[in-house]
Design a protein around this ligand. Structure first.
Ligand code: DGJ
Length: 705
């Protein structure tokens, strides 16, 4: 990101290769937004002056576009900052104070010198990507405490008096990441969650706006943004009475406020925004580049994810040394590279009613500890991983009996049990330390290669006896800050370990977690026909190799919707994410085992082409009865195309599917030895026949010249 400042005119211009972002200090000393979008290079005084297309006056306020909107008496759009002052004053009127540039980032300081509040706006770029992250730090410069009732990360304004369509992702357990689209009207659309987790069990902290709703996968403008936050959030997209469209968002305001003592500061989480003129496909590629090159845990950003065998779907809580030793043999035989012991290994944990919180192995079911399992895995060259849920406890556990005060609850009221568990108050220092110590112990004791962190219920009660109003107001924030602290610790002490971020499936599939985890559980629903919608949503934001799940090759009939699907369809689908097998290998027949072995071999063969790839959505499950996803290697080594039919009617002649992202004059070889020019595949297309109920195909095009 490049930063230009015209000091004398108070103009700030941020530019990335294909995006400009302009602000200016106006005659009243307010920092106003000028422009966000495709490059605008002329920021000469004349250029800026001639483009003052939103003359605002004092009479209404709707045309005023503050760069960061405080609760200002002249402004009616949703504020980013709303403060309760000790004397009852509610308004904050921000004026420009100063700016500084450091490490390639711009900081602009605004302040209300009467109310003694300063606001530092931070703008940070990401190499050459068309992305900028904003965050804000509020400082109480007064002599009495103030209450931040709303403290959002940014105010963003969209250009022009255009009509915009909002694309976002929402869902629920087992049905995460579903694409939603609406035209904005004169209204406020609030994307939010106050479940304690932010992502797709309700709504994902992400938005994309395209002018007039005309943008496609390959063409048109998209203005998009995502929050770096895994807790309660709100993102508000609005169109005001004068037709101006904006977005504001950050930490949620439900039950949440921050008390700032004199000289104290509070920094809101980042909100990253970006722009492309080349459709939703390009938006996804920018987000992927961001993750591959900056966000993903560094030592593992580009490395392949192993093929996993996970105990959850086939065995649930019915785990025993003897059974698992047999499964390990079979898993190794079909070629799995990592064996994960999921929920059910702890003392007394033979169902979801007990044992959660007691992070010790059940000696009755594992009389020799984990050692025999670990040794069996290692003897077969397989890695070993374990499941944990550190934020939770069953009332029937030694942890709860020892520390009933550690859970979130209202004194005197029967606590709300969800999945028979209660939420530990991770905002407490002792609970946070307990989790760190417990995890350190497990990592050391079992020399783990993989840790799956789960979180299986939402917040209910958010109090505890003796809690101050400040503690309760800040609970939902401190909880997530401590969650990040623990994940940061894990990454520091065990950088070699692969970490899976799971929250009852995709409950925490958000950008706040990306820097800490190597794999993200998308959903507990592994039925390919449902997962097609979920995966398309998920891979709009996240690279496919992070697309986790306990068994991406899933059992049939499916446990959630009861659908029965052919094994080959489930296998081909399982290859589209980070491969994991969730089929009972002890009851599988020999034919099934042979096909699973072949599936693992095939996946490992194709993995180098898919490991660091982009996903092109050639045909979308949202739009028709077949899904075609093309995984194009980022370095241009070739492409793997997955095609799935689902519910085709009549005798349909499918169109030729035109591939994307290849080199027009590159030469690509398919698996039958045919050679095609990139432009033939992209312009003429490939023919894929999808007769039958559940047909699936995997096509490979390797670049040979
Ligand atoms: C929910 C997860 O998404 C599953 O993969 C599994 O780990 C269960 N929890 C275990 O309780």
């Amino acid at each position: 990101m490049e930063i230009y400042v015209q000091k004398e005119r108070g103009v700030f211009a941020l530019s990335t290769p294909k995006m400009s972002y302009l602000m200016k200090v106006d005659e009243e000393g307010r920092l106003v937004h000028l422009y966000w979008g495709a490059p605008v290079k002329d920021i000469t005084p004349a250029g800026i002056a001639s483009r003052r297309d939103f003359p605002y006056s004092d009479h209404g306020g709707e045309l005023y576009r503050p760069e960061y909107r405080a609760q200002d008496p002249r402004d009616f759009d949703p504020p980013a900052l709303s403060i309760r002052y000790p004397d009852g004053v509610r308004n904050t009127v921000l004026r420009y104070r100063s700016y500084s540039i450091s490490d390639g980032a711009l900081t602009i300081v605004l302040s209300d010198d009467i109310m003694k509040i300063s606001v530092e706006l931070l703008y940070q770029g990401w190499g050459d990507l068309d992305l900028i992250t904003r965050s804000v730090t509020i400082r109480n410069e007064g002599e009495a405490p103030v209450v931040l009732e709303t403290v959002r990360s940014a105010t963003l304004h969209l250009p022009g008096h255009l009509h915009y369509r909002l694309t976002h992702f929402a869902g629920k357990w087992g049905a995460e990441y579903q694409r939603q689209r609406i035209m904005l009207t004169q209204s406020q659309v609030v994307l939010e969650s106050h479940r304690g987790v932010s992502a797709s069990h309700q709504s994902v902290p992400f938005f994309a706006l395209d002018p007039m709703g005309r943008t496609t996968e390959t063409a048109g403008e998209v203005y998009f943004g995502a929050l770096h936050w895994s807790g309660d959030f709100e993102l508000i997209a609005y169109q005001n009475p004068d037709g101006l469209v904006g977005v504001t968002g950050g930490i949620g305001t439900y039950d949440t406020f921050v008390e700032l003592e004199p000289q104290e500061t509070f920094t809101a989480p980042g909100l990253t925004f970006g722009y492309t003129g080349h459709g939703f496909g390009e938006m996804s590629r920018i987000l992927y580049d961001w993750q591959y090159d900056f966000l993903l845990p560094r030592s593992k950003a580009y490395s392949p994810r192993p093929v996993i065998y996970n105990s959850w779907y086939p065995f649930e809580f019915d785990l025993h040394e003897e059974t698992l030793l047999k499964v390990i043999e079979q898993a190794a035989d079909i070629g799995a590279e990592l064996f994960v012991v999921d929920d059910g290994w702890m003392k007394g944990r033979d169902c979801d009613r007990r044992g959660l919180g007691d992070w010790y192995l059940d000696e009755e079911r594992f009389p020799h500890g984990f050692r025999p399992l670990i040794e069996a895995c290692h003897a077969h060259g397989m890695k070993f991983g374990l499941w944990v849920e550190p934020e939770m406890v069953n009332p029937d556990s030694n942890l709860y009996r020892a520390h009933p005060d550690w859970v979130l609850h209202d004194e005197g009221r029967k606590p709300w049990l969800s999945r028979n568990q209660l939420v530990l108050n991770l905002a407490r220092e002792d609970v946070c330390q307990f989790a760190i110590d417990m995890l350190d112990r497990l990592l050391a004791e079992y020399e783990l290669d993989y840790l799956k962190w789960d979180m299986n219920r939402y917040f209910g009660e958010t109090g505890w006896p003796g809690a101050s109003s400040k503690e309760i107001g800040e609970l939902r924030i401190r909880f997530i800050q401590n969650l990040y602290r623990i994940w940061d610790h894990l990454n520091k002490v065990a950088p070699h370990i692969l970490f899976e971020n799971c929250a009852g499936g995709g409950g925490r599939a958000d950008f706040g977690m990306v820097p800490y985890c190597d794999r993200i559980n998308r959903s507990d629903n592994a039925d390919p026909v449902d997962l097609m919608l979920i995966h398309e949503g998920f891979t709009t934001l996240f690279p496919p190799k992070t697309a986790g799940g306990a068994g991406n090759i899933s059992p049939s009939p499916n446990g959630i919707n009861g659908r029965t699907l052919p094994l080959q369809y489930r296998i081909d689908w399982g290859m589209t994410g980070s491969m994991s097998i969730g089929i009972d290998l002890l009851t599988a027949d020999s034919e099934e085992l042979i096909r699973l072995k072949e599936a693992v071999r095939r996946f490992c063969e194709l993995r180098p082409l898919m490991n660091n790839s982009y996903v092109y959505r050639i045909a979308s499950a949202y739009e028709g009865p077949c899904t075609v996803l093309e995984y194009v290697d980022r370095e241009g080594k070739g492409a793997v195309v997955f095609a799935f039919g689902h519910g085709l009617h009549f005798r349909q002649y499918l169109p030729l599917f035109r591939l994307r992202g290849l080199e027009p004059h590159g030469r690509y070889e398919d698996e039958d030895g045919n050679i095609f020019e990139g432009e033939t595949l992209m312009n003429w297309g490939v023919s894929i026949s999808m007769a039958g109920d559940y047909a699936s195909h995997v096509l490979v095009f390797r670049k040979v010249g």
